[in-house]
Design a protein around this ligand. Structure first.
Ligand code: CUA
Length: 341
């Protein structure tokens, strides 16, 4: 047994203290009322016990004041819980524009993480301290849940959808990463570590493993290999619409209606092209379901993003000047390359 037995994980992100304070409040309120109710039950049971078989207590009517109080006070308390909880919930779902973007793919039974610069990790995530990090996540099979207790971060990862979570690590260190949704018989083994590094060490780590090229450049290669480029010509003269400047734009659909060209729409258009056809084009694109993995889809999405306007594009590739940072901490990168032909 260690020297201490912590009841709470470390507070290692911007959300940790907020979440803990809300939890302390909830614990205090529920403890207070649990004690109040139980003590009252015992007191009244003894104080007003029936003393004889023939005892019939008189009917009593108490004033309105008491009834109003025991309605208004709990209402006020639950509204405090609601607004407090909702404000934390909303801030957890609004990643700042300057966040570092990363992709996470859950799969029975591992976490695959991709950095924009090209690094891929399995069951490990290296991030810098003090910078907001945004994770765009999906699953290759069943529902998983990305859970880092020290960050007070937990977000479900769903097949066929992108979910987003973010956090800002506040302390360098090594923190547990869990899957928090039962996902099969090795669910308990779907664990890993988040390494929060000093900015210098992080830059060194980044520049140590980018041999595969950035996510966008892998996507570009895939775009050629899969012959997407034959129809989606840059100048718009192809059989499909041009993808230049597409990302985040509003697209007119054939049959009316519009859609915002976000990650989810691009993914859908790759896997189920007939779902939302751009106005003025024929539904002739074949599906790439089964031909590309979720990671390939992310590479293509990132390539398409690189062709168009991108919010907070300052968070992109690491400046070359930081490559000088030396070989401080460069752990080996698990270099799996699950590219389908
Ligand atoms: Cu993945 Cu549990």
């Amino acid at each position: 047994m260690g020297s201490r037995f912590p009841l709470f994980p470390e507070q290692a992100s911007n959300f940790a203290a907020d979440v803990d304070h809300l939890l302390y409040f909830l614990l205090a309120v529920t403890t207070f009322f649990t004690l109040l109710i139980f003590c009252s039950i015992f007191y009244f049971a003894v104080r007003y016990r029936r003393r004889s078989e023939s005892e019939h207590p008189p009917e009593v009517h108490v004033g309105m004041t008491l009834e109003i109080l025991w309605s208004v006070i709990p209402f006020g308390l639950t509204m405090i819980m609601f607004t407090w909880g909702a404000s934390i919930f909303f801030s957890m779902h609004r990643p700042p524009d300057d966040a570092i973007e990363l992709y996470a793919v859950g799969k029975q039974w591992m976490w695959k993480l991709q950095h924009m610069e090209g690094q891929r990790e399995i069951n490990e995530l290296h991030i810098p301290v003090g910078r907001p990090v945004k994770l765009i996540m999906t699953s290759e099979d069943v529902i998983h849940s990305f859970y880092v207790p020290a960050f007070r971060t937990k977000e479900d990862v769903l097949p066929g959808r992108y979910t987003v979570t973010w956090f800002k690590p506040t302390q360098p260190g090594k923190y547990h990463l869990f899957c928090a949704e039962y996902c099969g018989n090795k669910h308990s083994g779907m664990i890993g570590w988040v390494y929060v590094m000093e900015p210098q060490a992080y830059q060194a780590w980044l520049s140590g493993g980018a041999a595969e090229g950035s996510l966008a450049s892998s996507g570009n290669k895939l775009f050629q290999d899969l012959a997407c480029v034959n129809c989606h010509k840059a100048d718009g003269s192809g059989r499909g619409p041009t993808l230049v400047g597409l990302f985040n734009k509003t697209v007119e659909l054939s049959g009316g209606g519009t859609v915002k060209a976000d990650e989810a729409y691009i993914r859908e258009s790759i896997l189920n092209p007939a779902a939302k056809v751009v106005a003025g084009y024929q539904p002739i694109m074949p599906t790439f379901q089964g031909l590309v993995t979720e990671e390939n889809v992310l590479q293509l999405v990132e390539y398409i993003k690189s062709l168009g306007p991108k919010p907070g594009s300052g968070a992109g590739a690491a400046p070359a000047s930081q490559k000088k940072a030396g070989a401080a901490t460069i752990p080996p990168i698990p270099g799996s390359q699950p590219l389908n032909p």
